[in-house]
Design a protein around this ligand. Structure first.
Ligand SMILES: *[C@@H]1O[C@H](CO)[C@@H](O)[C@H](O)[C@H]1NC(C)=O
Ligand SMILES: *[C@@H]1O[C@H](CO)[C@@H](O)[C@H](O)[C@H]1NC(C)=O
Ligand SMILES: *[C@@H]1O[C@H](CO)[C@@H](O)[C@H](O)[C@H]1NC(C)=O
Ligand SMILES: *[C@@H]1O[C@H](CO)[C@@H](O)[C@H](O)[C@H]1NC(C)=O
Ligand SMILES: *[C@@H]1O[C@H](CO)[C@@H](O)[C@H](O)[C@H]1NC(C)=O
Length: 213
């Protein structure tokens, strides 16, 4: 079945990527510009100027993050500048990062990171405000960046086909190379190929693979 094959491919790609150089993928919301893996170490993933703004929930948003790193440290900066074009635009007045999500560590290939802009209490920021998020991974091979230009909305709902789910571990290659059965069960411990495909969605998985390769 093609989804099972894709999971096997994902395992191979993740192993390859972590052995060479790892990259990240933001599956949601839309990025400032098409993901160019080689430019991820640069400000906003290589895009200095604001792209098309997309609507984003004011209070109950999330960022869906995929990575080839087995463990990681990430955070999300926020800028209220209309055209944030340098790291300084993501700083507070005292020069520290202005954070929508404080840096935290985790593991696994997919993490849904809740973002509640209302809770940040940024002066003048509310329904209809333009903000930009800069996702940062503090990777073993350096910092990686991706930017999302947003217009906040108190009524916008994230499309229901974007699944906010975490995957903290892939099935080990020894169990997943078996003839099949257990990988399709809904066990609470390891994740089977069917569960992974449900979490990622096949198109997100294909996108992820095409951006890593
Ligand atoms: C973005 O800005 C940096 C710093 O000014 C510059 O080195 C880089 O070439 C710029 N990138 C593009 C794509 O213009
Ligand atoms: C800088 O400002 C932020 C909030 O804007 C605050 O959390 C942080 O503690 C400040 N840092 C210093 C060194 O004053
Ligand atoms: C977002 O933060 C606001 C203010 O702290 C809070 O009232 C609201 O319940 C939060 N929303 C979610 C979805 O967590
Ligand atoms: C938000 O940005 C758009 C362009 O992307 C602009 O047309 C609009 O006026 C901005 N809104 C605010 C409140 O600044
Ligand atoms: C995913 O993990 C984060 C912690 O990093 C947590 O805040 C969030 O609620 C989790 N989401 C789901 C859908 O389990």
């Amino acid at each position: 079945m093609h989804i099972y094959v894709a999971t096997q491919l994902l395992l191979v790609v993740l192993a390859t990527v972590s052995a060479v150089s790892a990259h990240i993928k933001i599956a949601y919301p839309a990025l400032r510009g098409p993901n160019v893996a080689a430019n991820q170490p640069m400000f906003c993933g290589g895009y200095n100027n604001t792209g098309t703004r997309v609507p984003f929930p004011l209070s109950n948003g999330f960022v869906l993050f995929l990575t080839g790193h087995p463990t990681w440290t990430v955070g999300i900066q926020i800028s209220t500048a209309q055209d944030p074009s340098s790291f300084t635009d993501f700083h507070t007045s005292n020069g520290s990062d202005q954070l929508a999500v404080p840096y935290f560590s985790g593991q696994g290939p997919q993490r849904c990171i809740p973002v509640n802009v209302t809770a940040l209490g940024l002066p003048g920021v509310g329904d209809g405000s333009n903000v930009t998020l800069q996702f940062v991974e503090d990777a073993t091979d350096g910092y990686l960046y991706q930017c999302m230009d947003l217009t906040l909305s108190s009524t916008f709902m994230i499309p229901s086909d974007v699944q906010c789910t975490n995957i903290t571990a892939l099935p080990s290659s020894t169990t997943s190379s078996g003839s099949s059965p257990t990988s399709t069960s809904q066990g609470s411990g390891t994740l089977g190929s069917v569960q992974i495909s449900a979490f990622l969605g096949f198109s997100a998985l294909v996108l992820f693979l095409s951006n890593l390769l």
